[in-house]
Design a binder for this molecule. Structure first.
Ligand SMILES: [Zn+2]
Ligand SMILES: [Zn+2]
Length: 147
């Protein structure tokens, strides 16, 4: 006959409030509720897994989905490394600028002879204009002079 020399303690289950006896030194839930909690937890885990969510902890290392480099996770939503996040933010800014430009201006494409573009750009630079400003000024000038 083997005697198990373990002390039995009485705990109050935090889920159902019933007192229960266990030989464990620490217990939060009665055996019935513990099973329920385990099921809930593993279901949560499965759900997350099924939805493709990687379960991570802050401070853990993960692989950047953009560049593939490892980085330290700072928030649960973080998917890219710091460098790529900066790139992302810049892209957003560029997009905002583009949106503004698209709302404010029409773009028109025109062609110049090969090599002319560089010459025009240099000319514009010498006059402290952007190529765009030069073209706009030139057009206005032309129209004013040829009415
Ligand atoms: Zn319970
Ligand atoms: Zn990256």
């Amino acid at each position: 006959m083997i005697t198990i020399n373990k002390k039995e303690r009485t705990f109050t289950c935090q889920l159902c409030g019933n007192d229960f006896i266990t030989t464990a030194t620490r217990a939060k839930y009665c055996p019935t509720c513990r099973k329920i909690m385990q099921n809930v937890r593993s279901r949560d885990y499965r759900n997350k897994k099924e939805h493709g969510e990687h379960i991570r902890k802050i401070g853990e290392k993960d692989i950047c989905i953009e560049c593939g480099k490892p980085y330290v996770v700072r928030s649960g939503f973080q998917k890219v490394c710091d460098e790529c996040r900066k790139k992302y933010t810049n892209q957003k800014k560029v997009k905002a600028n583009n949106d503004y430009r698209n709302k404010t201006y029409d773009s028109c494409l025109f062609y110049v002879q090969k090599g002319e573009k560089e010459k025009l750009q240099e000319y514009a630079k010498a006059h402290e204009l952007s190529l765009n400003e030069l073209v706009n000024t030139a057009i206005k000038e032309y129209i004013r002079n040829n009415k």
